[in-house]
Design a protein around this ligand. Structure first.
Ligand SMILES: [Zn+2]
Length: 200
């Protein structure tokens, strides 16, 4: 199946950078897909990848979360999920963790397929506390790691180890990353995604 990698959100300069990592993104996505449980690898729809020019920083009352990749509804077709990866991530991070970060999103997809109301349930459980919602949402994804094939399975667990997480975070942020802050990320980010469609 065709993998669609979209550069709609990038400007002229970042398109040049994007072209240099395009095949890396494609290969890593393909490896993540091949290692995925059958529910993903045999599904008849592949999430598109949108490359985002900045790193997202979610500012919460008690902490900050940096987001390099995640699953969100496709801005063009909301019934489908899409992946939104920051350009810097595949530029500075080694292929195995780029593969792992896509596999992590596939784990979210499996969870969301099985529990379509997951986000709503967590929202109610934690009364809109985004930090706690994020923690448990990610925890649910890790429960599917064991169904992935090696070596990607091991890379998934490695990606979640604190020293690796910190190293990746520092490597991205120190690479002169454009960081965009969000206070109400859940609403602001989809708005940003839609605003770009209108102006394109
Ligand atoms: Zn996650």
């Amino acid at each position: 199946m065709l993998i669609e990698i979209n550069s709609l959100y990038l400007d002229k300069d970042s398109i040049v950078r994007f072209k240099k990592v395009l095949s890396k993104i494609k290969n890593c996505y393909q490896d993540a897909l091949r290692s995925s449980p059958i529910i993903v690898s045999k599904s008849d729809y592949l999430p598109k990848i949108y490359v985002i020019p900045f790193v997202r920083k979610i500012v919460l009352p008690d902490r900050e979360i940096f987001v390099f990749n995640e699953v969100f509804p496709d801005p063009f077709e909301e019934k489908h999920a899409a992946f939104f990866i920051s350009l810097l991530f595949p530029e500075v991070i080694e292929a195995k963790f780029v593969t792992a970060i896509f596999a992590h999103e596939f784990a979210h997809l499996i969870d969301l397929t099985r529990h379509p109301n997951r986000i709503k349930e967590l929202w109610e459980k934690y009364k809109g506390n985004v930090g706690l919602i994020y923690n448990e949402f990610d925890q649910k994804a890790t429960e599917y790691y064991r169904h992935f094939k090696e070596p990607v399975k091991s890379w998934l667990y490695e990606l979640d180890e604190v020293p690796n997480k910190n190293r990746i975070l520092n490597q991205v942020i120190e690479s002169d990353a454009e960081v965009r802050e969000f206070k109400d990320y859940i609403h602001e980010f989809p708005q940003y995604l839609k605003s770009k469609i209108k102006t394109s």
